[in-house]
Design a protein around this ligand. Structure first.
Ligand code: FCB
Length: 452
């Protein structure tokens, strides 16, 4: 019996994603300024194997070849980020024409190959000069971000129409909380809440600046990584438990964005640790957007629990045999469906993208020179099916970006974790090899669908 073929909506945008610091290299070329990730990776002991992004995939010099690979895979879209310190080396002040010229060439090359550029303005590489003035602790950074956004929009918006403000603001916060990512600080709760507020403000200001300055009608959104909650069973009790768990974990980000205020329940809990905010800030933060990008890799299982000391729910551990990726992240494809559903049910989001999903595995080059990453194909297939389920239930998911186009600098894990559908041979001048998953993805894109 042949399995049914599931067709995605017409014009579904299949793409891949990357980020500047993870692939570009050329860390001090063409007048680029230092970023917090340059500083952090150059600090001994911070990154696995002492790796740095100094060279990375050398994409800065090999972008044309990389776009040709994208075209070979048949990508409809490419999501990349812009390095702020390449554009404004000191964070504020004069723009660096050479930095702008790089993205200018990249965008032209993408358009030549009919690949839609999706530009992320901030994927974690803050200019070190701004960190020296407080970084995201300082509200001025949000305004500096708006100035930087304006420079980029002036340069690219005659050709770029898809804009993403910040990537995964919660992970930016981790850099101030856990010491294990840049800038590597450990701040008290009150400062953390101010940082969250400043990031939300930067997003809102970014939306306004893009709308106000774009030469072509823009579509603007945020890229966020929600904490995904998956009900252990379909029972109404577990479903209700998931709602509460979701709210507690995510509302501090979503309510200001979509309702213009911080959630009262969580506000009461934070009491003395609330940040300095104004009504004007909240208006800016809740400026309507055109879409929301969700980065989803996994999720937590939740069930109802009415024991005396519980809040009516508990997170359940995955069984020991539940498979994991090389990152140690549990594989549960339902994360895509439930990740989208939780947001779609609560907020009026016009369009969704899965702006990142993918997996790290310990790929090896086989004797014939190919990389047979069937485990990655299985992972992607199951997650695409989960996305299909959301689409078939009426959620307006319009595109999906696989993380990542190529193996790259996986932050604190350096080059030890491979997420790409293109293999990078770091020992052999960053030679690129399409993995089996890239060829498989090409087929999915061509058919705009998948066998169940
Ligand atoms: C996300 C990041 C991305 C990449 C993946 C694996 O949190 O946005 O840069 O590192 O995880």
């Amino acid at each position: 019996m042949t399995e049914p073929f599931l067709l995605f909506p017409d014009g579904f945008i299949w793409g891949c994603a990357t980020a500047s610091y993870q692939i570009e290299g050329a860390f001090d070329e063409d007048s680029k300024g230092e970023s917090i990730w340059d500083r952090f990776s150059h600090t001994p002991g911070k990154i696995t194997n002492g790796d740095t992004g100094d060279v990375a995939c050398n994409h800065y010099h090999r972008f044309a070849e990389d776009v040709n690979l994208m075209s070979k895979i048949g990508l409809k879209a490419y999501r990349f980020s812009i390095s702020w310190p390449r554009i404004i080396p000191d964070g504020i002040g004069e723009a660096n024409e050479k930095g702008l010229a790089f993205y200018d060439r990249l965008v032209d090359k993408l358009l030549e190959k009919q690949i839609i550029p999706f530009v992320t303005l901030y994927h974690w590489d803050l200019p070190q000069a701004l960190e020296d003035k407080g970084g995201w602790r300082n509200k001025d950074t949000a305004f500096a971000f708006a100035e930087y956004a304006k420079v980029v929009v002036n340069c690219l918006s005659d050709r770029v129409t898809k804009w993403m403000t910040l990537n995964e603001a919660p992970c930016v916060v981790h850099g101030y909380q856990r010491e294990d990512s840049a800038p590597g600080a450990r701040e008290p709760e009150k400062v953390i809440n101010q940082i969250i507020h400043n990031l939300l403000l930067a997003h809102g200001l970014g939306v306004q600046v893009i709308r106000g300055n774009a030469k072509k009608q823009p579509e603007v959104g945020l890229v966020h990584n929600p904490s995904v909650k998956i009900p252990k069973t379909n029972s109404p009790e577990d479903t209700a438990a998931v709602k509460t768990a979701w709210f507690d974990a995510n509302a501090w980000w979503f309510e200001p964005l979509y309702r213009g205020k911080y959630p009262e329940k969580l506000w009461r809990e934070k009491r003395n640790d609330i940040p300095q905010i104004t009504d004007e800030d909240m208006k800016i933060i809740s400026t309507p957007t055109d879409f929301l990008g969700l980065n989803i890799y996994t999720g937590n299982l939740v069930e109802a629990d009415h024991n005396r000391n519980s809040e009516g729910l508990k997170e359940v551990a995955y069984p020991r045999e539940q498979p994991k990726t090389a990152m140690g992240w549990y594989i549960n494809p339902d994360c895509i469906y439930y990740g989208l559903k939780a947001v779609a049910e609560r907020y009026d989001v016009k369009k969704f993208f899965i702006s990142e999903n993918g997996c790290a595995f310990d790929d090896v080059v086989s004797y014939d020179g190919n990389i047979y990453d069937h485990y990655r194909i299985n992972y992607l297939k199951d997650h695409f099916l989960s996305a299909y389920r959301a689409v078939s239930e009426g959620i307006n998911l319009v595109g999906y970006f696989v993380w990542s186009l190529m193996d790259n600098f996986e932050w604190t894990r350096g080059y030890s974790k491979r997420f790409g559908i293109v293999f990078i041979d770091y020992n052999n001048s960053q030679k690129r090899i399409l993995k089996e998953s890239a060829l498989w993805y090409k087929n999915i894109i061509e058919q705009n669908g998948i066998f169940k």
